[in-house]
Design a protein. Structure first.
Length: 343
Protein backbone atom coordinates (compact mmCIF):
# COMPACT_ATOMS: atom_id res chain seq x y z
CA UNK A 1 0.00 0.00 0.00
CA UNK A 2 1.40 3.40 -0.98
CA UNK A 3 2.15 6.24 1.37
CA UNK A 4 -0.75 8.61 2.04
CA UNK A 5 -0.91 12.31 2.85
CA UNK A 6 -2.02 11.61 6.42
CA UNK A 7 1.03 9.35 6.94
CA UNK A 8 3.47 12.08 5.98
CA UNK A 9 1.49 14.59 8.01
CA UNK A 10 1.78 12.35 11.09
CA UNK A 11 5.54 11.98 10.65
CA UNK A 12 5.99 15.76 10.37
CA UNK A 13 3.45 16.57 13.08
CA UNK A 14 1.44 18.63 10.60
CA UNK A 15 -2.21 18.52 9.59
CA UNK A 16 -3.17 16.56 6.48
CA UNK A 17 -4.62 19.72 4.95
CA UNK A 18 -1.28 21.54 5.36
CA UNK A 19 0.63 18.77 3.58
CA UNK A 20 -1.98 18.68 0.81
CA UNK A 21 -1.71 22.45 0.33
CA UNK A 22 2.05 22.15 -0.05
CA UNK A 23 1.78 19.29 -2.55
CA UNK A 24 -0.68 21.27 -4.64
CA UNK A 25 1.35 24.49 -4.42
CA UNK A 26 -1.48 26.41 -2.76
CA UNK A 27 -0.94 29.75 -0.98
CA UNK A 28 -1.05 30.31 2.76
CA UNK A 29 1.86 28.05 3.75
CA UNK A 30 5.22 29.40 4.94
CA UNK A 31 8.33 28.75 2.87
CA UNK A 32 9.85 27.02 5.88
CA UNK A 33 6.98 24.51 6.06
CA UNK A 34 7.08 23.94 2.29
CA UNK A 35 10.80 23.23 2.42
CA UNK A 36 10.31 20.87 5.35
CA UNK A 37 7.62 18.85 3.53
CA UNK A 38 9.59 18.53 0.28
CA UNK A 39 12.79 17.62 2.14
CA UNK A 40 10.93 14.87 3.99
CA UNK A 41 9.53 13.54 0.71
CA UNK A 42 13.06 13.38 -0.67
CA UNK A 43 14.69 11.90 2.46
CA UNK A 44 12.01 9.26 3.00
CA UNK A 45 11.64 8.29 -0.65
CA UNK A 46 8.00 9.39 -0.78
CA UNK A 47 8.15 10.86 -4.31
CA UNK A 48 5.19 8.69 -5.29
CA UNK A 49 3.02 10.73 -2.93
CA UNK A 50 3.73 13.95 -4.79
CA UNK A 51 3.25 12.25 -8.16
CA UNK A 52 -0.08 10.73 -7.13
CA UNK A 53 -1.42 14.08 -5.90
CA UNK A 54 -0.63 15.67 -9.26
CA UNK A 55 -1.92 12.69 -11.25
CA UNK A 56 -5.28 12.89 -9.50
CA UNK A 57 -5.84 16.44 -10.80
CA UNK A 58 -7.31 17.03 -14.25
CA UNK A 59 -5.10 18.89 -16.70
CA UNK A 60 -5.55 21.58 -19.31
CA UNK A 61 -3.09 22.77 -21.95
CA UNK A 62 -2.38 26.43 -22.70
CA UNK A 63 -0.83 26.72 -26.17
CA UNK A 64 0.85 30.02 -27.00
CA UNK A 65 1.36 30.68 -30.70
CA UNK A 66 4.33 32.79 -31.68
CA UNK A 67 5.47 33.71 -35.16
CA UNK A 68 8.55 31.70 -35.99
CA UNK A 69 9.96 34.10 -38.56
CA UNK A 70 11.74 37.25 -37.40
CA UNK A 71 10.76 39.94 -39.85
CA UNK A 72 13.11 42.70 -41.02
CA UNK A 73 13.69 45.12 -38.20
CA UNK A 74 14.50 42.68 -35.43
CA UNK A 75 11.78 42.07 -32.91
CA UNK A 76 8.47 40.30 -33.30
CA UNK A 77 5.58 42.30 -34.71
CA UNK A 78 4.19 45.35 -32.98
CA UNK A 79 2.13 43.61 -30.31
CA UNK A 80 2.43 43.75 -26.55
CA UNK A 81 3.29 40.88 -24.26
CA UNK A 82 0.83 38.25 -23.12
CA UNK A 83 2.10 37.84 -19.55
CA UNK A 84 -1.07 39.22 -17.94
CA UNK A 85 -3.29 36.84 -19.91
CA UNK A 86 -1.06 33.96 -18.85
CA UNK A 87 -1.23 35.06 -15.22
CA UNK A 88 -5.01 35.16 -15.39
CA UNK A 89 -5.21 31.66 -16.85
CA UNK A 90 -2.73 30.25 -14.34
CA UNK A 91 -4.35 31.83 -11.30
CA UNK A 92 -7.85 30.66 -12.24
CA UNK A 93 -6.75 27.12 -13.06
CA UNK A 94 -4.98 26.96 -9.71
CA UNK A 95 -7.98 28.42 -7.87
CA UNK A 96 -10.27 25.79 -9.39
CA UNK A 97 -7.90 22.93 -8.62
CA UNK A 98 -6.61 21.99 -12.08
CA UNK A 99 -3.16 21.40 -13.51
CA UNK A 100 -2.06 23.70 -16.32
CA UNK A 101 0.56 22.74 -18.88
CA UNK A 102 2.02 25.44 -21.13
CA UNK A 103 3.32 24.87 -24.65
CA UNK A 104 4.88 27.37 -27.08
CA UNK A 105 4.22 26.65 -30.75
CA UNK A 106 4.94 28.22 -34.13
CA UNK A 107 3.96 27.42 -37.69
CA UNK A 108 6.71 24.81 -37.99
CA UNK A 109 5.88 22.96 -34.75
CA UNK A 110 2.07 22.91 -34.95
CA UNK A 111 1.68 19.37 -36.26
CA UNK A 112 4.37 17.90 -34.02
CA UNK A 113 2.53 19.44 -31.08
CA UNK A 114 -0.71 17.86 -32.25
CA UNK A 115 0.88 14.43 -31.96
CA UNK A 116 1.90 15.24 -28.38
CA UNK A 117 -1.61 16.47 -27.56
CA UNK A 118 -3.12 13.19 -28.71
CA UNK A 119 -1.03 11.33 -26.13
CA UNK A 120 -1.98 13.58 -23.22
CA UNK A 121 -5.02 12.98 -21.07
CA UNK A 122 -6.37 16.51 -21.33
CA UNK A 123 -9.70 18.01 -20.33
CA UNK A 124 -9.39 20.94 -22.73
CA UNK A 125 -7.10 23.32 -24.60
CA UNK A 126 -6.65 27.09 -24.51
CA UNK A 127 -4.78 28.68 -27.38
CA UNK A 128 -3.48 32.25 -27.56
CA UNK A 129 -4.16 32.70 -31.26
CA UNK A 130 -3.52 36.42 -31.83
CA UNK A 131 -1.41 35.91 -34.95
CA UNK A 132 -2.92 32.65 -36.20
CA UNK A 133 -4.78 32.17 -39.48
CA UNK A 134 -7.76 29.90 -40.04
CA UNK A 135 -5.54 27.50 -41.96
CA UNK A 136 -3.07 27.25 -39.09
CA UNK A 137 -5.68 26.48 -36.45
CA UNK A 138 -7.35 23.73 -38.51
CA UNK A 139 -5.12 21.18 -36.79
CA UNK A 140 -7.22 21.47 -33.61
CA UNK A 141 -10.53 20.63 -35.29
CA UNK A 142 -10.06 16.90 -34.87
CA UNK A 143 -9.49 17.20 -31.12
CA UNK A 144 -12.50 15.82 -29.24
CA UNK A 145 -12.14 18.04 -26.18
CA UNK A 146 -13.13 21.68 -25.59
CA UNK A 147 -10.91 24.24 -27.36
CA UNK A 148 -11.08 27.96 -26.53
CA UNK A 149 -9.29 30.59 -28.59
CA UNK A 150 -7.97 33.73 -26.92
CA UNK A 151 -7.57 37.06 -28.72
CA UNK A 152 -8.87 35.86 -32.07
CA UNK A 153 -12.15 34.92 -33.72
CA UNK A 154 -12.68 32.75 -36.79
CA UNK A 155 -16.20 32.70 -38.13
CA UNK A 156 -15.84 29.35 -39.88
CA UNK A 157 -14.17 27.48 -37.02
CA UNK A 158 -16.21 25.79 -34.30
CA UNK A 159 -14.26 27.06 -31.30
CA UNK A 160 -15.40 29.26 -28.46
CA UNK A 161 -13.37 32.46 -28.24
CA UNK A 162 -12.53 35.35 -25.92
CA UNK A 163 -11.81 38.62 -27.72
CA UNK A 164 -11.53 42.37 -27.13
CA UNK A 165 -14.27 44.78 -28.20
CA UNK A 166 -11.88 46.73 -30.40
CA UNK A 167 -14.55 48.88 -32.02
CA UNK A 168 -15.76 50.15 -28.65
CA UNK A 169 -12.20 50.97 -27.61
CA UNK A 170 -11.44 52.94 -30.76
CA UNK A 171 -14.70 54.86 -30.41
CA UNK A 172 -13.75 55.81 -26.84
CA UNK A 173 -10.42 57.16 -28.09
CA UNK A 174 -11.82 59.14 -31.01
CA UNK A 175 -14.74 60.50 -28.97
CA UNK A 176 -12.35 61.68 -26.25
CA UNK A 177 -10.16 63.47 -28.79
CA UNK A 178 -13.24 65.14 -30.28
CA UNK A 179 -14.42 66.19 -26.80
CA UNK A 180 -10.99 67.73 -26.25
CA UNK A 181 -11.56 69.94 -29.27
CA UNK A 182 -9.78 67.97 -32.00
CA UNK A 183 -11.47 67.83 -35.40
CA UNK A 184 -8.67 66.54 -37.58
CA UNK A 185 -7.74 63.18 -36.06
CA UNK A 186 -5.19 61.05 -37.88
CA UNK A 187 -4.68 57.31 -37.56
CA UNK A 188 -1.46 55.30 -37.12
CA UNK A 189 -2.36 51.80 -38.33
CA UNK A 190 -0.41 48.53 -38.14
CA UNK A 191 -1.02 47.03 -41.54
CA UNK A 192 -1.18 43.26 -41.20
CA UNK A 193 -3.90 40.61 -41.15
CA UNK A 194 -4.14 40.29 -37.37
CA UNK A 195 -7.80 40.46 -36.36
CA UNK A 196 -7.25 43.11 -33.68
CA UNK A 197 -5.66 45.62 -36.04
CA UNK A 198 -8.22 44.95 -38.78
CA UNK A 199 -11.05 45.59 -36.32
CA UNK A 200 -9.37 48.77 -35.07
CA UNK A 201 -9.03 50.01 -38.66
CA UNK A 202 -12.75 49.64 -39.35
CA UNK A 203 -13.46 50.87 -35.83
CA UNK A 204 -11.60 54.10 -36.60
CA UNK A 205 -13.60 54.68 -39.78
CA UNK A 206 -16.88 54.04 -37.97
CA UNK A 207 -15.92 56.14 -34.94
CA UNK A 208 -15.03 59.11 -37.13
CA UNK A 209 -18.38 58.77 -38.91
CA UNK A 210 -20.33 58.50 -35.65
CA UNK A 211 -18.54 61.55 -34.27
CA UNK A 212 -19.32 63.55 -37.39
CA UNK A 213 -15.66 64.00 -38.30
CA UNK A 214 -14.20 64.11 -41.80
CA UNK A 215 -11.97 61.20 -42.77
CA UNK A 216 -8.97 62.34 -44.78
CA UNK A 217 -7.27 59.25 -46.21
CA UNK A 218 -4.03 61.26 -46.30
CA UNK A 219 -4.14 61.25 -42.48
CA UNK A 220 -4.12 57.45 -42.27
CA UNK A 221 -0.54 56.20 -42.00
CA UNK A 222 0.02 52.48 -42.41
CA UNK A 223 3.14 50.83 -41.03
CA UNK A 224 4.23 47.22 -41.39
CA UNK A 225 4.44 44.99 -38.31
CA UNK A 226 8.15 44.26 -38.52
CA UNK A 227 9.23 45.64 -35.18
CA UNK A 228 9.69 48.89 -33.31
CA UNK A 229 12.78 50.15 -35.16
CA UNK A 230 11.25 49.34 -38.53
CA UNK A 231 8.08 51.24 -37.59
CA UNK A 232 10.19 54.18 -36.41
CA UNK A 233 11.90 54.46 -39.80
CA UNK A 234 8.62 54.14 -41.68
CA UNK A 235 6.91 56.78 -39.57
CA UNK A 236 9.84 59.16 -39.94
CA UNK A 237 9.64 58.91 -43.71
CA UNK A 238 5.86 59.33 -43.79
CA UNK A 239 5.42 62.16 -41.28
CA UNK A 240 8.20 64.53 -42.36
CA UNK A 241 7.67 67.52 -44.64
CA UNK A 242 3.88 67.63 -44.40
CA UNK A 243 1.08 69.29 -42.50
CA UNK A 244 -0.10 66.94 -39.77
CA UNK A 245 -3.37 66.53 -37.84
CA UNK A 246 -3.68 67.99 -34.33
CA UNK A 247 -4.14 64.46 -32.93
CA UNK A 248 -3.48 60.81 -33.69
CA UNK A 249 -5.02 57.56 -32.59
CA UNK A 250 -2.48 54.70 -32.72
CA UNK A 251 -3.27 50.99 -33.02
CA UNK A 252 -1.28 50.22 -29.88
CA UNK A 253 0.98 51.78 -27.27
CA UNK A 254 4.21 50.65 -28.94
CA UNK A 255 3.30 52.45 -32.15
CA UNK A 256 2.16 55.51 -30.19
CA UNK A 257 5.52 55.71 -28.39
CA UNK A 258 7.34 55.32 -31.73
CA UNK A 259 5.30 58.23 -33.06
CA UNK A 260 6.15 60.42 -30.07
CA UNK A 261 9.84 59.75 -30.68
CA UNK A 262 9.55 60.58 -34.39
CA UNK A 263 7.45 63.71 -33.87
CA UNK A 264 9.90 65.09 -31.31
CA UNK A 265 12.76 64.56 -33.73
CA UNK A 266 10.73 66.45 -36.33
CA UNK A 267 10.38 69.39 -33.92
CA UNK A 268 6.88 68.83 -32.52
CA UNK A 269 5.99 68.97 -28.84
CA UNK A 270 3.65 66.37 -27.30
CA UNK A 271 0.90 67.25 -26.52
CA UNK A 272 1.34 71.00 -27.13
CA UNK A 273 1.55 70.57 -30.93
CA UNK A 274 0.15 67.08 -31.51
CA UNK A 275 -1.88 64.86 -29.18
CA UNK A 276 -1.70 61.04 -29.20
CA UNK A 277 -3.87 58.22 -27.82
CA UNK A 278 -2.67 54.61 -27.73
CA UNK A 279 -4.35 51.26 -27.21
CA UNK A 280 -3.75 48.39 -24.72
CA UNK A 281 -2.48 50.28 -21.63
CA UNK A 282 0.83 48.45 -21.37
CA UNK A 283 3.42 49.30 -18.71
CA UNK A 284 5.18 51.31 -21.42
CA UNK A 285 2.30 53.79 -21.55
CA UNK A 286 2.95 54.94 -17.98
CA UNK A 287 6.71 55.23 -18.42
CA UNK A 288 6.80 57.34 -21.57
CA UNK A 289 7.14 61.13 -21.43
CA UNK A 290 4.48 62.38 -21.32
CA UNK A 291 2.52 59.46 -19.85
CA UNK A 292 0.30 58.14 -22.60
CA UNK A 293 -3.48 58.42 -22.70
CA UNK A 294 -4.63 55.02 -23.89
CA UNK A 295 -7.35 52.38 -24.04
CA UNK A 296 -7.11 49.75 -21.32
CA UNK A 297 -7.56 46.06 -22.13
CA UNK A 298 -8.18 43.91 -19.02
CA UNK A 299 -5.71 41.20 -20.02
CA UNK A 300 -5.79 39.40 -16.68
CA UNK A 301 -9.58 39.21 -16.85
CA UNK A 302 -9.37 37.75 -20.36
CA UNK A 303 -7.20 34.95 -18.97
CA UNK A 304 -9.61 34.27 -16.12
CA UNK A 305 -12.65 34.20 -18.42
CA UNK A 306 -10.85 31.91 -20.86
CA UNK A 307 -9.95 29.47 -18.10
CA UNK A 308 -13.52 29.40 -16.80
CA UNK A 309 -14.89 28.94 -20.32
CA UNK A 310 -12.76 25.93 -21.21
CA UNK A 311 -13.48 24.31 -17.83
CA UNK A 312 -17.23 24.93 -17.92
CA UNK A 313 -17.59 23.97 -21.59
CA UNK A 314 -16.69 20.44 -20.54
CA UNK A 315 -19.29 20.53 -17.77
CA UNK A 316 -22.35 22.76 -17.99
CA UNK A 317 -21.99 24.93 -21.08
CA UNK A 318 -23.26 23.65 -24.40
CA UNK A 319 -22.55 25.07 -27.82
CA UNK A 320 -20.04 27.75 -28.74
CA UNK A 321 -19.44 31.09 -27.06
CA UNK A 322 -18.02 34.34 -28.36
CA UNK A 323 -17.22 36.61 -25.43
CA UNK A 324 -16.10 40.19 -26.05
CA UNK A 325 -14.33 41.90 -23.18
CA UNK A 326 -14.89 45.63 -22.86
CA UNK A 327 -12.26 48.37 -22.73
CA UNK A 328 -11.91 51.63 -20.81
CA UNK A 329 -10.23 54.98 -21.42
CA UNK A 330 -7.17 55.80 -19.29
CA UNK A 331 -6.54 59.54 -19.31
CA UNK A 332 -2.95 60.68 -18.78
CA UNK A 333 -1.01 63.61 -20.25
CA UNK A 334 -0.58 63.04 -23.99
CA UNK A 335 -3.70 64.94 -25.12
CA UNK A 336 -4.10 68.72 -25.17
CA UNK A 337 -7.46 70.44 -24.87
CA UNK A 338 -7.93 72.82 -27.77
CA UNK A 339 -9.92 76.02 -27.68
CA UNK A 340 -13.37 74.74 -28.60
CA UNK A 341 -14.27 78.14 -30.04
CA UNK A 342 -11.35 78.00 -32.43
CA UNK A 343 -12.26 76.59 -35.83
Amino acid sequence: MGIKVKDLAHILNLSSSTVSLVLNNKPGISEETRARVFQAIKDLGFEELYASEIADKKSYLFMIYQKSVIEPGGDSCLSSGFSEIMEGVQSQMKARGFNLMISYINEESIFAELNKVRKENLEGILILATDMSEKQITFLEEIKIPVVMIDNYMEHKKFSCITVNNEKGVYEAVKYLKDMGHKRIGYLHINNRTMNFSERFYGYLRAMELCGLYIDREDIFKVTAYGEEWAYQELKNMLKNRELPTAFFADNDILAVCAIRVLRELGYKIPEDISIVGFENTALSELTDPPLTTIHIPQNLIGIIAANTVIDTGKELKGLLKIEVGTSLIIRNSVKRLNLLHD
